[in-house]
Design a protein around this ligand. Structure first.
Ligand code: NAD
Ligand code: TYD
Length: 361
């Protein structure tokens, strides 16, 4: 792992991973390719441990000439592929970009890796790896009595986002199977933590709570997710890069399955405690049930035995401790929040997604 191409490294998980990797791998150089959509920001890359080993390139993973040039110029031996359109609600309003980025973008990266690593044989094959970051959403929705998703659960994606990620996973697998490209895949559950864009549940609820704005709960709020603190995800990916078996997939999750309402209630309690003189106390009074998301998956749960048993990884934060760290981070970074609020398009997105939602029926 000398020259690592991280795609989407200015987004939420990618930027946390770049920070993690620079600390964990003292000799690795990171080439960070990110086109900087609304979800990516150079502000996410403040406070890197060793900037001299980090090179940022603004560009599109679908730009084949650029990707080829980066592979050759930096002698890339490892790809860690995060870049994607990642928000389910946006995929419902505009699915085309999800196919473009998540499917075609992943195809371009894979095909350049095939060209440079396999055809040109630029680096010994045992020294290269293409690692693809995916999601539990490819497995679809569980009923309350179903067992958790395992690595062999059949794919049944429900949203355009999940379908585009499923398609990209299949391409990665096919490049491994057909061309013997060294690949690994991780499917992870919902992440939360520092630098998450406030369109996703947890940061949105924290910031709305601080501001005394309504906390929009889709439908009955009894949907279940498996939540993982982002640094634990980064550590799991690092384990797979170091010790994972080529051609394998690994499920990653937090081993907890609260309902959305339980999460929101916990956030409200933490805010009450951290901001005791706020006029918003008790923050729970801000909870507001709104019209549900179309096709909303009811429950996700991850069986993480494989990565625990084979690679010795497990989450270090439980939900309560991870949420406390996250609330503290958002309270300590008002300038980061302000920059997003001022970003062109953010207020438009909030209006598009929330204004037309009536009260939950
Ligand atoms: P994010 O939306 O915060 O960041 C995505 C990043 O990719 C942004 O910096 C964006 O600018 C960049 N990007 C988008 N299109 C690009 C393109 N065409 N070329 C180059 N860069 C581009 O996403 P995230 O939450 O950090 O998720 C990262 C990855 O992890 C995604 O692949 C996602 O599917 C997966 N994942 C996310 C979660 C989660 O809970 N957030 C859970 C499991 C898996
Ligand atoms: P989200 O963070 O968008 O992640 P995903 O849809 O990928 O799981 O949503 C997490 C859960 O929270 C999901 O069940 C939808 C719900 N949710 C709300 O109830 N209100 C909101 O405003 C948002 C953004 C999500």
């Amino acid at each position: 792992m000398k020259n690592v191409l991280v795609t989407g490294g200015a987004g939420f998980i990618g930027s946390n991973f770049v920070r993690y990797l620079l600390k964990a791998e003292a000799l690795a150089r990171v080439i960070n390719l990110d086109v900087l959509t609304y979800a990516g920001s150079l502000e996410n890359l403040n406070e890197l441990p060793d900037v001299s080993r980090h090179t940022f390139v603004q560009g599109d993973i679908g730009d084949r000439a650029l990707v080829e040039e980066l592979f050759r110029r930096y002698e890339i031996d490892t790809v860690v592929h995060f870049a994607a359109e990642s928000h389910v609600d946006r995929s419902i309003l505009g699915p085309q970009l999800f196919v473009q980025t998540n499917v075609m973008g992943t195809f371009t990266l894979l095909d350049v890796a095939r060209q440079v690593w396999l055809n040109e044989k630029s680096i010994p094959l045992e020294e290269v790896l293409f690692h693809h970051i995916s999601t539990d959403e490819v497995f679809g929705s569980l009923a309350s009595c179903d067992p958790a998703f395992s690595e062999s659960t059949p794919y049944a994606p429900n949203s355009p986002y999940a379908a585009s990620k499923a398609a990209s996973d299949h391409l990665v697998r096919a490049y491994g199977h057909t061309y013997h490209l060294p690949v690994t895949i991780t499917n992870c559950s919902n992440n939360y933590g520092p630098y998450q864009f406030p369109e996703k549940l947890i940061p949105l609820m924290i910031l709305n709570g601080i501001d005394g704005k309504p906390l929009p709960v889709y439908g009955d709020g009894l949907q279940i997710r498996d939540w993982l603190f982002v640094e634990d995800h980064c550590e799991a990916i690092h384990r797979v890069l170091r010790k994972g078996q080529t051609g394998e997939t690994y499920n990653i999750g937090g081993n907890n399955q609260p309902t959305n309402l339980e999460i929101i209630n916990t956030i409200c309690e933490i805010l009450d405690e951290k901001l005791p003189s706020s006029p918003q106390v008790p923050h729970k009074k801000l909870i507001n049930h709104v019209t549900d998301r179309p096709g909303h998956d009811r429950r996700y749960a991850m069986d993480i035995h494989k990565i625990q048993n084979e690679l010795g990884w497990q989450p270090s934060q439980d939900l309560e401790s991870g949420l406390r760290l996250t609330v503290d981070w958002y309270l300590a970074h008002p300038e980061w929040v302000e920059a997003i609020r001022k970003q062109q398009g953010y207020q438009t997105w909030l209006a598009q997604n929330y204004q037309k939602r009536g009260a939950a029926g």
